[in-house]
Design a protein around this ligand. Structure first.
Ligand SMILES: NC(=O)c1ccc[n+]([C@@H]2O[C@H](COP(=O)([O-])OP(=O)(O)OC[C@H]3O[C@@H](n4cnc5c(N)ncnc54)[C@H](O)[C@@H]3O)[C@@H](O)[C@H]2O)c1
Length: 485
């Protein structure tokens, strides 16, 4: 990893600077440290000066008959996405880029006999630009490490392509604004694929919110609590150990969107409400440095990680919205506890809780409903997208499974279907920016005694009138695209 790349990864923060000192000079670290204090001012400046050029919320781009896709980054997730995309009709994967020949080899195998015969780009860390510059692509899917997403998204939009990107879409406030400004300038979609919103329970509870089941939503608890200790320390798992370096370089919630996104959508954030401010506090790191030190005793490769000031094991963040709702978002990828998304949503008339299982629903009478009642409610509030997939299943005569409880295929299918029918995408660039902005804002809070910090209004006031556009009941139309198997 070169210096420039590391600084990007570190988000130019104090934590990043501290970790960077392990790599290079103390002088470097000192100059970066001074930037921490300026963050709020920078945000206020942006708030004051940004004039929305074009409102991308609800934007309908010209219809595309066959969606021609280019993929950047085909590691674990990108290869999985390639396997998902080929299950959707009226799509053509025309180009794939990755720095690693080995990773390209894996995706080549996956696409063999699929009818997709993309051109492959490898050899340098800049080859992806050539992919973006092609004239025969409509959509670029970005599945590289998180700190590369925003630059790639901006460049792709500037080359006239719609963008869908993995989570989080950006790791700094500047990157969030760059995406917003470029999307408004180019009128290209920039959607962050928050796939957990499409998980059966989550999408059904979103429909419940839309139908008023909760009354006023008061509060939501969300999390991505799942141990990645094995993965993060495995040499062959992630490109260039990038996740481990992220933990060594950043503070705050570096992976917030699976807990945050589905609840924010239920609260109509960016369309009727918006994030106002947040505070973040995190535990000490009790595990990662100890593990790095232990591994370094046997394997010199791990010496580079042994002195890192790792992100604390449990990150907690509280967000308040301007309409007075609260969100409590956790991230713990170290402790060996069971997978826990929480997804507890509490309203004036009803509430739900996903984790720990069994999933629960309360109709406002002070107790969790029995299983039969809960199942009945899940059926009653089943959204159009899930019904559409039941039709596909009947048509194919077999179960349709895909990653993350089926959400990955629904997510990809709906993106393609919306693009083909000229419909708004479910999540817009303002969602991508707001949901990702908390990465750097939570870091700032942690580094400043958990003080509160304002969240920028990426919609520049349009949140007051923007209409809901996560079209889970397919009220805008569509449904002309097939699932092939
Ligand atoms: N939504 C989800 O459920 C979910 C699940 C897993 C991962 N993710 C996200 O997917 C993204 C990728 O994660 P992953 O687990 O696949 O990581 P990975 O390390 O397996 O894959 C990253 C890929 O990017 C490639 N790459 C790095 N620099 C590049 C460059 N300059 N040009 C082209 N390719 C480059 C690497 O060679 C590698 O193949 C991350 O943003 C992660 O947060 C999301």
């Amino acid at each position: 990893m070169n210096r420039k790349e590391f600084l990007k990864l570190a988000g130019l923060t104090g934590a990043g600077a501290a970790a960077w000192s392990a790599f290079e000079s103390e002088a470097e670290a000192g100059s970066l440290q001074s930037i921490i204090g300026d963050l709020p001012k920078e945000i206020d400046d942006f708030q004051a000066t940004h004039k929305q050029r074009f409102n991308m919320s609800g934007y309908r781009a010209p219809k595309i008959n066959t969606v021609r896709v280019g993929i950047i980054g085909v590691g674990n997730r990108g290869t999985h996405h390639a396997g998902t995309i080929i299950r959707v009709s009226d799509v053509e994967i025309k180009a794939v880029a990755d720095v690693s020949e080995d990773r390209l080899g894996r995706v080549k195998k996956k696409l063999a006999n699929s009818g997709h015969t993309p051109d492959y780009y490898a050899g340098s860390e800049h080859e992806w630009k050539k992919l973006c510059e092609r004239k025969d692509l409509d959509l670029i899917l970005i599945t590289t490490p998180t700190y590369l997403h925003a630059d790639m998204a901006v460049y792709a939009m500037e080359q006239g392509k719609h963008v869908i990107t993995e989570v989080p879409a950006a790791v700094s406030i500047k990157e969030c604004w760059d995406m917003v400004k470029t999307s408004e300038k180019t009128k290209k979609h920039c959607m962050m694929m928050e796939n957990y919103s499409y998980m059966p329970f989550h999408i059904t509870t979103l429909n419940m919110a839309k139908q008023g089941f909760f009354g006023e939503i008061v509060h939501g608890d969300g999390a991505y609590n799942t141990s990645k200790m094995g993965n993060n320390f495995r040499k062959s798992m992630y490109w260039n150990m990038w996740w481990l370096k992220m933990y060594g370089a950043r503070k705050g919630n570096i992976y917030p969107t699976h807990g945050l996104g589905p609840i924010a959508q239920m609260m109509n954030v960016n369309r009727g409400d918006r994030f106002d401010f947040l505070v973040s506090v995190e535990s000490k790191d009790f595990m990662m440095q100890a593990k790095a030190k232990e591994l370094a005793k046997k394997d010199p490769f791990f010496e580079q990680f042994a002195e890192m000031d790792f992100r604390g094991n449990m990150s907690s963040m509280l967000i308040k919205t301007v309409e007075g709702r609260t969100l409590n978002i956790q991230h713990d990828a170290t402790s060996p506890s069971p997978h826990n998304l929480i997804h507890g949503v509490y309203g004036t008339k009803g509430s739900v809780l996903y984790d720990p299982a069994p999933h629960r629903i309360c109709t406002g009478n002070g107790r969790w409903a029995d299983k039969k009642t809960a199942n009945k409610l899940m059926e009653q509030y089943k959204p159009g997208l899930l019904k559409q997939f039941e039709k596909f299943r009947k048509g194919l005569g077999k179960t349709i499974s895909s990653g993350h409880g089926g959400s990955d295929l629904i997510n990809v299918w709906h993106i393609i279907d919306c693009l083909r029918n000229g419909l708004p995408l479910d999540q817009d660039v303002y969602d991508a920016a707001a949901f990702s902005s908390v990465v750097q804002l939570s870091e700032w809070s942690v580094l400043n005694n958990s003080n509160s910090i304002k969240v920028p209004d990426f919609t520049a006031g349009a949140w007051k009138t923007n209409k809901a556009n996560m079209d889970i009941n397919m009220e805008f139309g569509g449904g002309t695209t097939k699932v092939l198997g």
